[in-house]
Design a protein around this ligand. Structure first.
Ligand SMILES: [Fe+2]
Length: 326
């Protein structure tokens, strides 16, 4: 690949990072012998304000695709459109592909025409799917599934294929988890419990999520009523606590809701998903969106994206999940 950058000042520092975060120091305007793939081009601020007016891959201008890049300032705030560097600790970054047509195909497919040159993070979820090396004891399907990375993707929010949304509306530190779990148990009929392959579930219903709705006022616990209301649910389809044994996986699958009555309420980033135990060494890969940020409660889309979970911990992993009308 040959990379060229047109800027107001000569760039003193810039580099590429591949999906494994391996750094490639390259020269501009000359063919570079690097593997075909996605790379993050990073231009750090080095004391001079510099504006970048064009980036060329193999002599072809990126044109408006350059607006997928953004500037992260010294305080960590993202700016976009921003093809410049201007403060200490700040850096410009953009994902490029050595075969530029693949980058055009992907980003033109994902970003609507009128959104070029706007702050894309308002309307899109940005993910980078990276390869990760998992423990040796998993089968080859899981090793390969987690072992490849699809790279960067911009996902339209409020769309059938939005992979996940981070939830900021609840302060998880203020929630008494032990109490919440015991109050949830008040809402779960004792017979609604299943266990298979190291995966234990208890919930409001037996089997997969399905209608009818339960009105929030009919949930047995006031604490649970307040909790689901704070999340934005108007009615509930199901709530579940799911526990995964140590060193156990949930294999690669998609939740099959397509032919169920509940489908309109399960498609999209609408499944509440909160990892209640330590998320270190727990990996939830959601298709081409990559690993979920499990430190936060999320709304995830388990109906439209393939996924798998690995618990590489020596203890159990517990998650709270929910479907309902948002
Ligand atoms: Fe699933």
């Amino acid at each position: 690949m040959k990379l060229s950058i047109t800027s107001t000042e000569k760039l003193e520092k810039f580099y590429l990072k591949d999906l494994n975060n391996k750094v490639f120091n390259i020269e501009l305007d000359r063919e570079q012998n690097i593997p075909e793939n996605w790379y993050e081009l990073i231009v750090p601020y080095t004391g001079k304000k510099i504006e970048i007016s064009d980036i060329q891959i193999n002599d072809d201008s990126m044109k408006e695709v350059m607006y997928t890049g953004f500037y992260t300032d010294g305080l960590g705030v993202k700016h976009q459109p921003a093809t410049a560097v201007w403060d200490d600790g700040g850096f410009f970054s953009i994902w490029i592909h050595t075969q530029s047509g693949r980058m055009w195909q992907r980003f033109k497919d994902q970003i609507r025409n009128k959104d070029w040159g706007t702050f894309l993070f308002d309307k899109y979820v940005f993910t980078v799917d990276r390869p990760i090396k998992v423990a040796d004891y998993w089968n080859n399907n899981l090793k390969h599934y987690f072992g490849f990375g699809d790279g960067p993707n911009w996902w339209l929010k409020n769309n059938r294929f939005t992979p996940y949304i981070e939830i900021d509306s609840i302060d998880t530190k203020k929630i008494d988890l032990d109490k919440l779990i015991s109050e949830l148990d008040l809402c779960f009929p004792p017979e609604c419990r299943s266990c298979y392959d190291g995966h234990t579930r208890r919930g409001m219903k037996l089997g997969p999520a399905e209608l009818p709705f339960t009105e929030i006022k009919d949930l047995t616990s006031k604490m649970v009523q307040d909790f689901v209301t704070a999340l934005g649910y108007k009615r509930i389809i199901d709530i579940q606590l799911q526990t995964l044994d140590p060193e156990t996986a949930i294999p690669i699958h998609k939740d099959h809701h397509f032919d169920r009555e509940c489908y309109p309420w399960t498609s999209g980033a609408v499944k509440f998903y909160w990892n209640l135990t330590d998320s270190k060494d727990v990996y939830f890969k959601l298709g081409n969106a990559g690993l979920l940020p499990l430190e936060k409660p999320l709304f995830i889309n388990a109906t439209e994206h393939v996924h798998a979970v690995l618990n590489e911990r020596k203890d159990h992993r517990t998650v709270l999940t929910m479907y309902g009308e948002l």
